[in-house]
Design a protein around this ligand. Structure first.
Ligand SMILES: O=C(CO)[C@H](O)[C@H](O)COP(=O)(O)O
Length: 224
């Protein structure tokens, strides 16, 4: 296992240790959240009694394979703890998410959780957001119009693709990745993007006050 994978595993497992019996837990998506889910699966096998809501079909499949009981918002109102990764984590705890394409479900789950834990390796921790392209989930109908507006806003948009076709999210939408440069006013940008008809959600996760667990290649793990 390389040093970055080891760091992701360490961060994910440290977050999993925060799960307590009886909790309702949000399961994130991506290669770091993966390790938290693996650890929670192990804890469930050892007798931990929890229920979880997954932020993607992939994470739900992983959880079910591990025997983690899955519930949904038709059964519950609120989660106790959400554990998820991020693409960028600013020093203020503001996030860019959606590199793995699950931003909409991830935001719904994060907002439904009383506590949020964000796990990442040291490369994710930045002074200011904006180096990682900002994912924006859009409805397929008329996406070209949103794309042109994003061009006009200097977002340098790119339609995300997979196998030369538009990438399709778990919600049957598309993703447009944008580069606005350094994002100095994330709230303003998020609000501006949300008002565009056709935009479903942005990858800016703001003011969620997460506990941040950063793992370093040298083996250190810091909770911020
Ligand atoms: O937002 C996400 C998926 O939509 C992921 O949490 C984010 O992309 C981080 O993934 P990884 O841990 O694989 O770097």
């Amino acid at each position: 296992m390389d040093a970055i994978t080891k760091a992701k595993k360490a961060a994910g497992e440290k977050a999993a240790a925060l799960v307590q019996p009886g909790m309702l837990v949000g399961l994130g998506t991506g290669s770091t959240a993966y390790w938290a889910i693996e650890k929670i699966g192990q804890m469930v096998k050892e007798g931990l009694n929890i229920q979880a809501v997954a932020t993607s079909i992939a994470s739900e499949k992983q959880a079910l394979a591990l025997g983690i009981p899955i519930t949904s918002f038709s059964e519950i109102q609120q989660l106790d703890l959400d554990i998820d990764g991020a693409d960028e984590i600013s020093e203020e705890g503001q996030l860019i998410k959606g590199g793995g394409g699950s931003l909409l479900r991830e935001k719904i789950v994060a907002l439904a959780s009383r506590h949020r834990v964000i796990v990442g390796d040291e490369r994710k921790y930045v002074k200011t957001l904006g180096k990682f392209p900002l994912p924006i989930e859009v409805v397929p109908f008329g996406w070209e119009l949103v794309f042109k507006t994003l061009q006009a806003l200097q977002g340098h948009p790119t339609l995300r693709t997979k196998d030369d076709q538009p990438y399709i999210t778990d919600n049957s939408n598309y993703i447009i990745d944008c580069s606005f440069g350094v994002i100095r006013e994330p709230e303003q940008l998020h609000q501006q993007l949300k008002t565009l008809t056709g935009v479903v959600e942005t990858g800016l996760f703001l003011n969620l006050k997460p506990t941040v667990i950063i793992a370093y290649e040298n083996g250190d793990v810091k909770t911020i």
